[in-house]
Design a protein around this ligand. Structure first.
Ligand SMILES: [Zn+2]
Length: 292
């Protein structure tokens, strides 16, 4: 489904929920839909969830040319936009810590990996603020269908993570081993997140992880979700549904694919903001049963 059609479908689903009362509608500094995008791999767009290096550059061009500046996910959730004064905020997030997001070739960063592209763009357009949030699972090798290290190069995990925070990027959590939390007990959620943080603390001692993206976009039970909220301050879903800023701790994201990478820019404008349903409510948001 194309993004526009998808957003329309979501708006219809969302409109089935109880209408917002006037006092519940937040004041928006940003009237558009959430320009919070998520990416997976950079490379051959014939592969699933993969956009080409050129498509990522085109996406950056589109945001820059339409008056956007980039902020981290945390900055977006806290409306900390001082770094992009006069611009509209947009967020790039990268999930799963794939090799193609951050690849070293020898001691050089691959210019066609996401970080290579972003850093090059930063040099090329110094007036365009470049940053992103990387949602990382710290034990990808526990999943046999997954990759064998954070950002795919064993032994370089800490080097890459340190580079990211040293160059203005945010590291967020994406679970320990990317296991879906949908069926987890609250105790299992806690164990998963404690394991994540234990490993992350080895790579980045003392670095505060404040943002979280649900693996596969699947939410645990409300009790499990309460545990997630004990650990992190802000969370990201995976659907292109706008959610109010500063009122809730979760915001939905728009997946960028080879087919929609320019459809999503500039962001579509909906008639009115739509609140995300509260987990455990009777809402029936669709889920896609595919790994991402
Ligand atoms: Zn993921």
């Amino acid at each position: 489904m194309r993004l526009g059609a998808f957003i329309s479908a979501v708006a219809i689903v969302a409109s089935l929920h109880a209408p917002l009362k006037a006092q519940e509608v937040p004041v928006y500094d940003i009237p558009e839909t959430n320009p919070v995008y998520f990416f997976h791999r950079i490379g051959d767009p014939q592969e699933q969830f993969t956009i080409s290096p050129e498509q990522l550059r085109e996406h950056l061009d589109c945001l820059r040319e339409n008056g956007y500046g980039l902020v981290t996910f945390k900055e977006y959730m806290t409306q900390e936009f001082s770094a992009i004064e006069g611009k509209r905020p947009a967020v790039l997030t990268f999930d799963d810590a794939w090799l193609s997001q951050f690849r070293y070739r020898g001691s050089t960063i691959d210019p066609d990996s996401a970080i290579g592209i972003l850093e090059s763009y930063k040099q090329q357009y110094p007036d365009f603020r470049v940053t992103a949030t990387f949602f990382v699972s710290t034990a990808p090798s526990r999943n046999p269908a997954w990759h064998d290290a954070v950002f795919g190069q064993r032994g370089k995990e800490a080097l890459k993570l340190e580079y990211l925070i040293g160059n203005g990027y945010e590291i967020g959590a994406h679970g320990y081993d990317h296991e879906s939390m949908r069926g987890m007990t609250p105790g299992q959620v806690r164990e998963n997140l404690e394991c994540f943080l234990t490993v992350m603390d080895r790579y980045l001692p003392g670095y505060p992880i404040e943002s979280f993206a649900y693996p596969y976009g699947f939410y645990p039970s409300p009790e499990g979700d309460a545990v997630v909220k004990e650990f992190f301050s802000y969370s990201a879903g995976v659907w292109g549904i706008p959610a109010p800023l500063g009122r809730q701790w979760r915001v939905q994201r728009i997946e960028i694919t080879p087919d929609n990478h320019l459809d999503a820019c500039p962001p579509k404008i909906l008639d009115e903001p739509v609140l995300e349903p509260v987990p455990g409510s009777s809402s029936q948001l669709p889920f896609r049963e595919k790994p991402f």
